[in-house]
Design a binder for this molecule. Structure first.
Ligand SMILES: NC(=O)c1ccc[n+]([C@@H]2O[C@H](COP(=O)([O-])OP(=O)(O)OC[C@H]3O[C@@H](n4cnc5c(N)ncnc54)[C@H](OP(=O)(O)O)[C@@H]3O)[C@@H](O)[C@H]2O)c1
Length: 336
């Protein structure tokens, strides 16, 4: 059994990770940690775990952790993560980090968009970007995985076949996406407070969202050239899910009749990416590790629709998919 510690177990992605490991046949929870004020019996912290998780969520003690776990799912905010990750690695654990601290390879871009100094550049250099459908081979056996952002997961899976085949102008990509409110984590703010959020929908992060450089970096790695992406996020009055619509200008003549076939071929061995014949609603993927994708053509443009659950394929499910790959387990374990 793989012994799993969840760091930041009291948050949204923390409890999703607990849920998945509870049903994983070859992994077990051995240590759950949070800040002191949020600690307690797991069943008391999360009522839905009543009768299913007889464990304490306790303050992190690195000496205790070292003998207790093989892997840490680090569900902490950015900036906090890079304080913890080096110590988790020193304690001999493999680490899957949910934050952005190990995703952006260019430190200057990280510091500009996250407005903090990067304090762990040594480990940044060796972190592997954990989007299994694109980087499976690099993830195998690695010590540190940077789990992708939720928006980049939906957008990159939507356009990866086009980028790999060189079918689109790489400065033409527009990603328009809507997330549910859980994307912002559990801490309340006036913007996401019920009276403002209910029956409302609005754009935010105009021209400045932190996931834009992440999409561009990974798209650039896939194509081997500079990629420009205009990304516009929105938030809507639902709990979970991200619907993305990606618009691309084809390079030269594209046989639109063959578009669906291209996607079917590209993702033919991927359990968690399913190609559809209609635009996927977020409810179809809620609570699952699936990304549903629909490529089509509108007025000479290629338009690709995708849907994921931000907390599962966009966070905890993808992390456990990465854990399975790291340890050589069947990739779908716990995620079926
Ligand atoms: N929500 C999503 O859809 C989503 C998707 C992809 C990636 N992510 C990333 O996943 C990470 C966790 O997100 P989340 O939505 O689960 O956030 P969250 O609900 O706010 O939970 C964050 C967790 O980190 C703990 N924490 C906060 N500050 C800390 C500190 N200084 N020291 C120790 N622990 C601290 C919190 O403890 P307390 O309970 O004590 O506050 C909580 O357990 C973030 O980096 C986020 O960007 C989130």
């Amino acid at each position: 059994m793989i012994r799993v510690a969840i760091i930041g177990a009291s948050g949204y992605t923390g409890v999703e990770s607990i849920e998945i490991i509870l049903r994983h046949p070859e992994a077990e929870l051995t240590y759950l940690t949070a800040l002191e004020a949020e600690c307690g019996h797991a069943e008391d912290v999360f009522g839905q775990l009543k009768g299913r998780c007889d464990m304490e969520i306790e303050p992190l003690d690195f000496d205790k952790l070292a003998g207790l776990a093989d892997v840490a799912l680090c569900c902490l905010p950015h900036k906090v993560s890079m304080e913890f990750v080096p110590k988790l690695l020193d304690a001999g654990l493999k680490v899957i980090d949910f934050s952005a601290d190990y995703r952006l390879k260019d430190v200057e871009i990280y510091e500009k968009f996250y407005e903090v100094k990067h304090t762990d550049t040594a480990n940044l250099a060796r972190a592997v970007y954990g989007l299994p459908e694109l980087f499976r081979e690099q993830i195998k056996g690695v010590d540190l995985v940077a789990n992708p952002g939720c928006y980049p997961t939906g957008a990159l899976l939507a356009i990866a076949p086009l980028l790999k085949e060189g079918l689109i102008e790489t400065d033409s990509i527009v990603v328009n996406a809507v997330t549910g409110v859980s994307g912002a984590g559990k801490n309340p703010s006036s913007k996401f407070h019920f009276p403002n959020m209910n029956e409302n929908l609005f754009a935010y992060g105009i021209g400045s969202h932190r996931h834009m450089p992440e999409m561009e970096q990974i798209a650039g790695e896939v194509t081997g050239s500079n990629v420009q992406i205009l990304f516009q996020p929105h938030v809507g009055p639902f709990d979970r899910g991200i619907a993305s619509t990606v618009y691309c200008q084809p390079k030269g003549k594209v046989d639109f009749a063959k578009l669906a076939g291209l996607y079917e071929d590209f993702y033919c061995c991927e359990q968690f990416v399913q190609i559809r014949k209609d635009a996927p609603p977020v409810k179809d993927v809620a609570g699952t590790n699936y990304c549903h994708v629909f490529p089509t053509c509108v007025k000479g443009r290629i338009v690709v629709f995708s849907a994921i659950d931000n907390l599962i394929k966009g966070a905890s499910g993808q992390a456990i998919q990465n854990m399975n790959i790291i340890f050589g387990l069947k990739e779908t374990l716990g995620l079926g």
